[in-house]
Design a protein. Structure first.
Length: 392
């Protein structure tokens, strides 16, 4: 069910506009991974007119550059000893032929702007959802552990009339508590195990929608809010509150309740410790408990490289000069720029959420399909036009 309670939440807040839109889609779809796929398609449709406009500029420039090959060669020969004059004459020739010197830069600039705007939105939505998990588990801990008396080893209190709602929730998790009925003394280990079981099942219950749809799993990825890599399925405290690569920079609720001794008053581990123990890897190469298998990062990098190569064929090269008249190695600059996005995508894919990697993968996939289709159409169109010229 879609609600707008999160817009007015007294706990975590989601203020990023892109993040709000993503989260609204998420509430409607139910699974965050497929939400990302739908968001990517919608965004691509939205920016496609601008994308096609850029391709038209690139094609126009390419045709203009072919017309200017001979005049440019003459200019370079005539002004080979005067770079400043050559640059000026080139700009005049570009203007006369309708060549846009800024046009080839637009695709890269737009891609980077959209990349960081969307990244900010995903970060906000991912941070908000992880905070909501902790805040909801805090409520569960208060109602099912503190209020029922389990924190004080009073398991028999579960069967009191005032705790019947809590008992119903616990039994709804599939936990057999009837075995404790009538027993008045419990060991710390028994109570700790019962509390851990309750909190694990509370976590599991939060991971599905009311209709039973898995909210965080996506194909082979266990938790889309963590990386498709060797990352832990359940964020550790360091990941949850930390800043920097792969960290969530999230806040903990202002919980003043007492924690069982085994967690040393660590609220986060009391809430999510059972889930960490159940789902996280025990060592680096505990591959079966990795959050993913590096599939999305590798595919995203490969598609980004392919997309860059397809774009390269439609972007003509020009010669530029610095203030001292020295020729600038534009080809070297373009090679560096062509590798910049794949490298950046690789870093973000490995250390940030799989959700954002899903976006990068499908964005690159759609871009590649669009470029292949556009290149095919323009090649046929150019062949037809060249055939008409040859007949004249």
């Amino acid at each position: 069910m879609v609600t707008l309670d999160w817009l007015f939440a007294s706990g975590p807040e989601l203020s990023n506009l892109i993040g709000k839109f993503i989260y609204l889609l998420y509430q409607w779809i139910g699974n965050f991974g497929w939400t990302v796929v739908v968001f990517t398609i919608l965004l691509k449709i939205l920016v496609s007119p601008l994308d096609l406009w850029q391709k038209r500029i690139a094609r126009k420039n390419s045709r203009a550059m072919k017309r200017m090959e001979a005049p440019l060669a003459k200019l370079r020969e005539a002004y080979k000893d005067n770079p400043q004059a050559l640059q000026r004459k080139q700009m005049e020739l570009y203007k006369a032929n309708g060549y846009s010197t800024f046009g080839p830069c637009l695709p890269s600039l737009l891609t980077m702007v959209i990349f960081f705007v969307v990244f900010s939105g995903f970060n906000a939505a991912v941070k908000y959802e992880n905070q909501m998990i902790v805040y909801d588990l805090t409520t569960s801990y208060e109602e099912l552990v503190i209020d029922t008396g389990l924190i004080d080893n009073k398991v028999d209190n579960l069967f009191l009339e005032e705790n019947k709602t809590a008992l119903s929730i616990i039994e709804g998790y599939g936990i057999d508590v009837q075995q404790y009925k009538g027993k008045t003394e419990f060991t710390d280990e028994e109570v700790d195990n019962l509390i851990d079981t309750i909190m694990l099942e509370a976590y599991n219950a939060h991971s599905v929608t009311e209709t039973g749809v898995e909210k965080w799993e996506w194909l082979w990825v266990e938790n889309v809010f963590m990386g498709d890599s060797w990352a832990d399925v359940v964020p550790t405290l360091e990941t949850y509150v930390g800043t920097g690569l792969g960290k969530l920079n999230s806040t903990l609720p202002d919980a003043n309740f007492r924690i069982r001794a085994k967690y040393n008053s660590n609220v986060y581990n009391a809430l999510l410790g059972p889930a960490q123990k159940a789902y996280n890897k025990t060592k680096t190469f505990d591959i079966k408990n990795w959050n993913g298998y590096l599939i999305l990062p590798l595919l995203s990098i490969a598609l980004s490289i392919l997309s860059t190569k397809l774009m390269k064929g439609t972007t003509p090269q020009t010669q530029s000069y610095d203030a001292n008249g020295k020729a600038i190695d534009t080809e070297k600059q373009m090679r560096m720029m062509n590798w910049f996005m794949p490298i950046m995508i690789g870093i973000f894919s490995l250390f940030y959420s799989a959700a954002f990697t899903i976006y990068m993968f499908f964005n690159s996939l759609i871009t590649v399909l669009i470029n292949l289709t556009y290149n095919l159409i323009t090649k046929k169109k150019d062949a037809m036009e060249n055939g008409k010229v040859a007949k004249r």
